[in-house]
Design a protein around this ligand. Structure first.
Ligand code: TZD
Ligand code: CA
Length: 526
């Protein structure tokens, strides 16, 4: 009989989990023995970066990804990054090593005490198999749970299990297939079509899932067929709609009262592929205007259940879009031209305005560039200048956990070598995932990091004003030179001092990773 390890490796290959992102310890080494040629291991130097890379890779490829972490200390380091993967519904399968079975009870050093409990409530499923022979089946469950729940899962495996005999039934796991169908039933479909077609002034709110799941183009067709305004859902992590399309109204502000105000006058608000809603700033008010009905379609049963208002249908938003398109027919009114970009605001005293930086990206980089963005105070400047028309153009840390930007860009670049990839990061954010630069250099990934250095946690300064805390300590971060940090990790770096220099640098096609540092003026996120 083959070993637990052989069967597990074979299972991963059959399911297409052939790129492992990891950072190993002694407990993990026996799992990594005899890795078949078809499996590649992408090493990250910190677990936050490992998970950020895996998250970017899984989002970019649309498939579950295996993450290999060290026991409690390594898994703990990964938890901040996992909050983003939970919010972006990324199917990460985290496998961590455990001490050998006889050593777990006495808590020998490197024991992961109560391992499944450590990762809850972040993961959708966590386990440590009760015996070695159950490891391949439990690994399969971890993969299928991640795929079905669209949520990270966690499996802790005592390291003496991998060499054990897999047992008589072990091979049964290799042929397993688990699928989900998400079409609404006939009655549900009729009701939904009725609600939408009977609406006098419908509005669409689209979530990140629309882009993740490949419905970007279909969402444009639906909006044009309805001729209705489109918002992106609050706390956006993927752009589900071209941001200069004439029907696009921007990202809904993440507060109760501003959302109510935005949808005023619409009788039906159809929310596709988003929670209702991921508010951030607490701006209380009524959830919806008088006379407005909200209908949410999401595959995420928990998002449907926890929404504070409206009707929800747990179904595949893509199937629902097709259903509505079938009922609506071709658009009868022309939608108009794409909205032009305004000229960027000027910088001051040798510092560029972030709008000048983004205008340079927009003009100098290919139209199919994928941007992984993590500069928090520049949100308004970003949307004022960018013109993103393609699916998969925009990624942002879904739970607001910094440390996604640089690793996420590395993951996207590994997953989609056909797209130019740019990380746009602040001088604060970059530090949380900085070790990803090493992985970018190691794999010679042509990732461009544009680093906006304003010397401070800009968004927190702005928040301080909002919350009536003008005097909080710990907000300034002077004295960081990212050109030297990047070079230390093996990444080519330059400092752009004016818009022309920046544009000239961007216009050169990279053949490996590069970092461009720009000093920028303070801005407010909205
Ligand atoms: N730690 C983590 C892991 N995530 C966070 N979101 C924060 C701390 C708090 N935080 C924000 O929410 S924004 C921000 C911090 C520290 C400042 C980021 O600074 P930056 O960007 O330089 O990247 P801006 O444009 O100067 O705001
Ligand atoms: Ca900053």
């Amino acid at each position: 009989m083959p070993s637990v390890r052989r069967v597990s490796h074979e299972f991963l290959q059959r399911q297409g989990l052939t790129t492992i992102f990891g950072n190993p310890g002694s407990n993990e080494l026996p799992f990594l023995a005899e890795l078949p040629d078809g499996i590649r291991y992408v090493l990250g130097l910190h677990e936050g970066a490992v998970v950020g890379m895996a998250d970017g890779y899984a989002q970019a490829t649309g498939h579950p990804v295996l993450v290999n972490l060290h026991a409690a200390a390594g898994s703990g380091n990964a938890m901040g990054a996992l909050t983003n993967a939970v919010a972006s519904r990324t199917p990460l399968v985290v496998v961590a090593g455990q001490q050998v079975r006889p050593a777990v009870g006495p808590e020998a050093n490197l024991t992961n005490v109560d391992a499944p409990a450590l990762m809850k409530p972040l993961v959708g499923w966590a386990a440590e198999p009760a015996c070695a022979q159950d490891v391949p089946r439990a690994l399969a469950q971890a993969v299928f749970e991640a795929r079905l729940q669209r949520r990270p899962t966690y499996l802790s495996v005592p390291y003496d299990d991998w060499a054990a005999d897999a047992g008589d039934n072990a091979l049964a796991v290799l042929d397993r297939q688990v699928q989900r169908a998400g079409e609404p039933g006939a009655k549900q479909a009729r009701r939904l079509v009725e609600q939408v077609t009977a609406a006098r002034r419908p509005a669409l709110v689209l979530g990140g899932d629309i882009d993740t799941d490949g419905h970007f183009g279909a969402a444009v067709r639906l909006a044009e067929a309805l001729g209705c305004p489109v918002w992106a859902a609050p706390s956006l992590f993927r752009l589900p709609f071209p941001n200069r399309h004439p029907l696009f109204r921007g990202v809904l502000p993440a507060g109760i009262e501003p959302v109510r105000r935005a949808v005023e006058g619409h009788d039906v608000v159809l929310v596709l592929g988003a929670p209702v809603f991921r508010y951030h700033e607490y701006l209380p008010g009524r959830y919806l205007p008088e006379g407005t009905r909200l209908v949410q379609v999401t595959e995420d049963a928990s998002a449907a259940a926890r929404a504070p208002m409206g009707e929800a249908l747990v179904a595949d938003p893509g199937a629902v879009i097709e259903l509505l398109l079938g009922a609506l027919g071709a658009p009868t009114v022309p939608v108009g031209d794409y909205r032009p970009v305004p000229p960027p605001q000027p910088g001051d005293g040798g510092r560029l305005h972030p709008e000048e930086v983004f205008a340079a990206l927009r003009d100098e980089l290919p139209e199919d560039t994928a941007y992984v963005v993590e500069s928090t105070s520049t949100n308004a400047a970003w949307w004022r200048q960018m013109d993103l028309r393609r699916p998969g153009s925009y990624y942002f840390p879904a739970a607001g956990g910094l440390g996604f930007g640089l690793p996420g860009a590395v993951g996207v670049a590994l997953g989609r070598p056909d797209r130019p990839v740019v990380a746009v990061t602040g001088d604060g954010s970059a530090n949380y995932g900085i070790t990803a630069l090493w992985t970018a250099a190691r794999h010679r990934l042509p990732v461009t990091v544009v680093l906006l250095r304003n010397g401070t946690y800009g968004a927190l300064r702005w928040f301080g004003g909002l919350l009536g805390v003008p005097d909080a300590p710990g907000l300034d971060i002077p004295g960081l030179d990212f050109t030297r940090i990047a070079e230390g990790y093996g990444v080519t770096a330059a400092h752009a001092r004016d818009p022309e220099e920046l544009r000239a640098l961007l216009a050169r096609r990279p053949d490996g990773p590069r970092l461009i540092q720009v000093d920028t003026a303070l801005t407010a996120p909205n």
